[in-house]
Design a protein around this ligand. Structure first.
Ligand code: ADP
Ligand code: MG
Length: 451
């Protein structure tokens, strides 16, 4: 079986991970191997279980599961010290002969290769977070420790953290970078407790150069995990190691987080990712659309579709990406040009769902305020231009920013007919092109409404 494994995993992996394994017994369909350290057990279990099982079966070993047991060390507390040279597993030593690049020998989560700085679109809402992330990744003389990134779902926290990790690995491959979610941190901690492997656990987490913990709000209320996290954090900061944390809210707003941890989290740089604005959404859509165009060269793409999506889909970039992907897939399947109609047809559920909470009433209120007219005049009968024009602007924005139909909008404007609404919307569309004052007003109002 080992010979076959050598072929399938390659000589480096074999020397590091497979060769030191010893088959102890096969019992009740469980093939039990002994390994030297818990770290190794986890690594092998995670990366080679299936391969090992396949080859065992190929050799008619009656196993349906593999397990890796750590053999207690005889007396010594230094886990690798007693291991024979030839079979010495790569534990927390800096050089990993022939294995994955430095850093990847750590029990972290895999990095998404697409989450790089190059693929990150920068706009007003995320420029500070982006700049801070870059600074930390470049490791200049002035850095921020810890860097605390926070913001709502799908705004790019994980993307930025992976980007930092990629960048550091490229610039300084000798550094040990460990990225994982707070949930994974907890899972590993609990596992270490259960397996009485806390020494290994501490050794691994305290020997990294850069520790990144994503979604730290997860450990709020989990007392002993918090405690361990706090100690890990302090040990690393004391050694001058870089820590990067993300959360869905500011440190001060994480409930059930101990005060001492909260204040530790705040002592570096805290930056937030704001909800995306129209320009950023459009930027993201344009970038992604370019890749899709390369993938589907035959697809035709009507103007205004991306703008429409940037207007209408929520601030969450993940939702935006998903929508675009579906749109391209759908269009290529049915072989049609991507038009506004097709977009509305294909994405009706997303559009409905992410119909931001902007209501027609809210639009009327904001527009009335902006032009200093009475709200009652919005729905009233007056036809003087000083009132009719703002009313048309409000109708136009209602059409753009909500999913209300023309008759529905008309009803909210004092029971006007849908043709009146259509006329108003068209009028503003024309004016926008010729009257820069109107264009500016609309831009301003849209921002205010989307904020
Ligand atoms: P979070 O961790 O804040 O919930 P993610 O980092 O997972 O969000 O981002 C969600 C998705 O949106 C990912 O696919 C990510 O690549 C993408 N994304 C977010 N912000 C940007 C951005 N500024 N430019 C390009 N892609 C982005
Ligand atoms: Mg995330």
């Amino acid at each position: 079986v080992k010979d076959r494994l050598l072929e399938s995993v390659g000589p480096n992996n074999f020397a590091n991970w497979i060769e030191p394994l010893e088959l102890k017994r096969v019992d009740n369909g469980v093939a039990e191997f002994s390994v030297r350290t818990n770290f190794m057990a986890n690594w092998v279990a995670r990366n080679f279980s299936d391969t090992i099982l396949t080859h065992l079966k190929g050799a008619d070993v009656p196993a349906s599961r593999v397990e890796f047991r750590v053999e207690p060390h005889s007396g010594s507390s230094a886990p690798v010290a007693t291991a024979p040279k030839s079979a010495q597993p790569v534990d927390a030593t800096p050089e990993v002969p022939g294995a994955a690049p430095a850093g990847e020998d750590l029990p972290g989560a895999p990095l998404d290769p697409r989450f790089t700085f190059d693929n990150f679109v920068v706009g007003k809402p995320n420029e500070l977070a982006h700049a801070a992330a870059r600074r930390v990744a470049e490791g200049g003389p002035v850095t921020f420790n810890p860097l605390f990134l926070y913001g709502g779902v799908g705004l790019g926290k994980t993307h930025l953290m992976h980007a930092i990790a990629h960048e550091i690995r490229q610039r300084r491959p000798e550094l040990r970078v460990l990225y994982l979610s707070a949930e994974q941190f907890m899972y590993r901690f609990v596992q270490a407790l259960r397996d009485r492997q806390m020494i290994d656990f501490k050794q691994i987490f305290r020997s990294v150069d850069v520790l990144m913990v994503d979604d730290v709000q997860f450990i709020a209320g989990k007392d002993s995990t918090q405690e361990e996290f706090f100690h890990t954090f302090n040990a690393l900061v004391d050694q001058g190691k870089q820590i990067i944390i993300s959360a869905d809210r500011a440190p001060g707003e994480i409930k059930d987080m101990e005060d001492r941890i909260r204040s530790r989290l705040q002592c570096g740089l805290v930056v937030d990712l704001h909800p995306t604005d129209y320009e950023l959404r459009l930027g993201v859509l344009q970038t992604k659309a370019e890749t899709y165009r390369a993938q589907y060269p035959d697809l035709r793409f009507a103007e205004g579709v991306l703008e429409f999506l940037a207007h209408r889909i929520s601030t969450n970039v993940r939702v935006l990406e998903g929508a675009l992907m579906r749109l391209f897939a759908f269009a290529s399947l049915v072989g049609r040009e991507i038009t506004l109609d097709l977009t509305q047809e294909c994405l009706s559920d997303i559009l409905k769902q992410s119909d931001r909470k902007v209501t027609v009433e809210e639009i009327q209120r904001k527009v009335a305020e902006h032009y200093a007219i009475r709200l009652s005049d919005m729905i009233g009968p007056k036809r003087v231009r000083s009132i009719a024009r703002p009313r048309q602007v409000a109708m136009y924005l209602a059409k753009q920013l909500t999913s209300r139909s023309l008759p529905e909008i008309g009803r909210r404007f004092g029971g006007r007919d849908h043709t009146t609404v259509m006329h108003g919307v068209r009028r503003i569309e024309e004016l926008k092109g010729t009257d820069s004052q109107i264009a500016d007003d609309i831009e301003l109002l849209r921002r205010a409404l989307e904020a």
